[in-house]
Design a protein. Structure first.
Length: 368
């Protein structure tokens, strides 16, 4: 058993080191590529965010003649649509679409908007996000390279009022960094639809949303399809001006619901590398509570636990230090050590309950 534990630890260290190398390799060039772009955003009950969102998109420095914004409403029951109609009167670049009575869900909304678009590049985000005025310019610059078909961008949280919010940010940035690191070594595993761009023709060619019964995953399943049919055509933009900011959850209940939603789609992964990485992360985190329990019966497991704790903590710090520096969030590094054990229990529980517990998505109950 000891040998198996050591092998798992070595695999984890090797994987994180590779992700660290991948993070360093990521795209940092500052090119300008003028191409027609459609910013596609699916919304549902976003009356609190929609005015700020439209203003943020209107203030982009990108040539106004070369981009439009397609916002598609997924049966909002609040004042989202009424507010959008007023905004449309004041900005000709804004295009409004709505789902038919027999259509619902983010994937169907994006598919409808992409089909409507006449642009070469599709850029996606969410209604609760905001970005710098150079966001479109930075995200589209990668497509100057004709081999690039999909671009993943950095995402971070901005509403850190409490320690709970700061801990969420650290976890979230570690996920963003892992996705970016994997892209950097040409082994993409996931990305974030809040900051993603792709060629329209590639989307329509490879993405048929055959997994449309899954509420989320409009981003990661597309990434896996592009990886499968066009290997080497995915990049991550590591530029501070390309960061998209969103909000962390405010309550523990919302947090658990969100993490169950994120985790539930991993059971539908068909990309083998993504499956193996998910399994490795689960096993490594499962070992912490397991070793603690076994140490009650044999003291040798205490030494194994301490070995795991020391090496994993060291590797995690070395990986996340340049990431937190990039996001200008180095103060969050103080949470890595104290969170090692609680985080392992949390990951283990989330993975287990995500396999049978339903979650709420925009007012819709989604069952596993």
């Amino acid at each position: 058993m000891t040998i198996a534990l050591i092998i798992v630890l070595i695999l984890y260290v090797f994987t994180i080191i590779r992700f660290r190398v991948g993070w360093k390799r990521n795209y940092t060039k500052s090119n300008v590529y003028l191409v027609k772009v459609s910013v596609v955003i699916a919304v549902r009950n976003e009356q609190e965010n929609i005015t700020r969102l439209v203003k943020n998109l209107k203030d982009q420095t990108y040539d106004q003649n070369l981009y439009n914004v397609i916002i598609i409403d997924d049966h909002s029951s609040d004042d989202t649509w009424a507010i959008l109609c007023k905004e449309e009167l004041n900005w000709s670049n804004l295009i409004l679409l709505s789902m038919d009575s027999n259509e619902y869900g983010k994937k169907n909304a994006i598919l409808k908007a992409v089909n409507y678009s006449d642009s070469e590049i599709i850029l996606t985000s969410d209604a609760d996000c905001f970005f710098s005025s150079d966001w479109i310019t930075n995200m589209t610059s990668c497509f100057l390279d004709k081999k690039v078909n999909l671009v993943s961008g950095p995402v971070s949280f901005n509403n850190e009022l409490t320690v709970f919010n700061q801990i969420q940010t650290l976890e979230f940035l570690s996920l963003v960094a892992s996705g970016a690191g994997a892209i950097g070594i040409n082994k993409p595993i996931f990305c974030n639809g809040a900051n993603m761009a792709y060629r329209k023709e590639i989307f329509l060619e490879v993405n048929n949303y055959s997994n449309n019964t899954i509420a989320s995953g409009d981003d990661v399943f597309l990434l896996h399809m592009v990886k499968k049919f066009y290997p080497g055509s995915i990049v991550f933009v590591k530029k501070f001006e390309s960061i998209v900011y969103t909000q962390s959850t405010l309550s523990f209940r919302e947090f658990i619901n969100q993490r169950i939603r994120w985790t539930s789609k991993s059971s539908s992964y068909k990309d083998m590398f993504s499956v193996l990485i998910s399994l490795l992360v689960f096993i490594v985190n499962l070992l912490f509570p397991l070793l603690l329990i076994l140490s009650l019966y044999d003291y040798i497991f205490i030494y194994l636990f301490l070995l795991f704790f020391f090496i994993k903590s060291l590797v995690d710090i070395l990986f996340l230090f340049p990431v937190l520096k990039f996001f200008k969030r180095l103060e969050l590094i103080k949470w890595i050590l104290p969170l090692q054990i609680p985080y392992s229990f949390y990951i283990t529980l989330i993975v287990i309950i995500s396999n049978f517990m339903p979650f709420n998505w925009k007012g819709r109950l989604q069952k596993k």
